[in-house]
Design a protein. Structure first.
Length: 259
């Protein structure tokens, strides 16, 4: 779909890069010429993910980083620049979530998800900013959200509020940092069938078909659909695209509104 040099010479830091959508983005980026730093809390997992990319011939490194901790985020940013010489693309993909009706949600449960998703995204954007500004390609921030952060998400008020907050943060930064040649965008995936979360929540419980039919296309998305969107947004193909929320949900959002 993209030429092999689409992301040649760029450096990306990917939170939650050891699993799921984050790893798919990292793998796609490395195949298209980028160097990737993967971070997550489970060091063994991110190291194994980086090795799988290196074994394929890609340039990858990994380190432990909890995005709730600003010092660790700063260390990850600095380590990326030290290892690969720059930071051009910041991918905010790490997230936490659990199902819980709001009346039963503890303040600690609320705070944990807001800390990972919203505060973690802010920390990464903030720490990455000087390097993104210095990028010779122009900086790019891409945060993975969901349209449930716009529509509301019954039994996941914490995640809905965090994702809605990230959308607002991204639009704000798109305007604040546009003059620094930094583009700031979000991607809103629909249900992605080959992720553990969708398997666990829907497919394993026999609700896969029902959930897939909630999309206009009637099928689950794949991790690669999100990786393709992330390649596009990080590349020169999207050099005039900022402040956008690229919805990659098979029409799930429109069907939700229409019906
Ligand atoms: P996933 O495999 O569970 O990935 C989440 C990643 O975040 C893990 O690698 C995890 O690694 C990392 N993480 C969690 N807490 C962290 C922390 N405090 N610091 C650093 N890293 C942390 O989930 P996924 O399905 O690929 O989802 C990826 C993104 O897509 C998320 O933002 C999610 O909200 C969004 N999304 C997914 C779907 C879907 O259908 N799957 C739909 C819409 C949106 P550690 O545990 O090692 O920290």
């Amino acid at each position: 779909m993209f030429t092999n040099d689409t992301l040649q010479g760029r450096v990306a830091l990917i939170t939650g890069g050891g699993t799921g959508i984050g790893l798919e983005i990292a793998t796609a980026y490395a195949r298209l010429g980028a160097s990737v730093m993967l971070v997550g809390r489970n060091e063994e997992r991110v190291q194994a993910a980086a090795k799988s990319i290196s074994d394929e011939g890609g340039k990858a490194a990994a380190m432990k980083c909890d995005v709730r901790n600003y010092d660790e985020v700063k260390q990850a940013v600095e380590a990326t620049v030290e290892r690969f010489g720059a930071l051009d693309i910041m991918i905010n993909n790490a997230a936490g979530n659990f199902v819980c009706p709001t009346a039963e949600l503890s303040p600690n449960g609320w705070k944990t998800v807001i800390d990972i998703d919203l505060n973690g995204t802010f920390y990464c954007c903030h720490a990455a900013y000087p390097h993104l500004k210095a990028s010779r390609h122009g900086g790019s921030v891409i945060s993975i959200i969901t349209m449930l952060g716009v529509s509301g998400w019954p039994a996941a008020a914490h995640a809905a509020s965090a994702k809605g907050g990230i959308l607002s943060l991204s639009r704000t930064l798109a305007v604040e940092w546009g003059g620094d040649n930094i583009r700031v965008n979000t991607i809103s995936p629909g249900p992605i069938g080959d992720t553990e979360g969708t398997k666990r929540m829907y497919i394993d419980g026999g609700k896969g078909d029902l959930e897939a039919k909630k999309t206009a296309l009637g099928i689950f998305g794949r991790k690669v659909d999100i990786a393709n969107a992330a390649v596009y947004l990080a590349s020169d193909l999207a050099s005039y695209v900022t402040g956008d929320n690229l919805i990659v949900d098979g029409g799930r959002w429109l069907k939700y509104v229409a019906e």
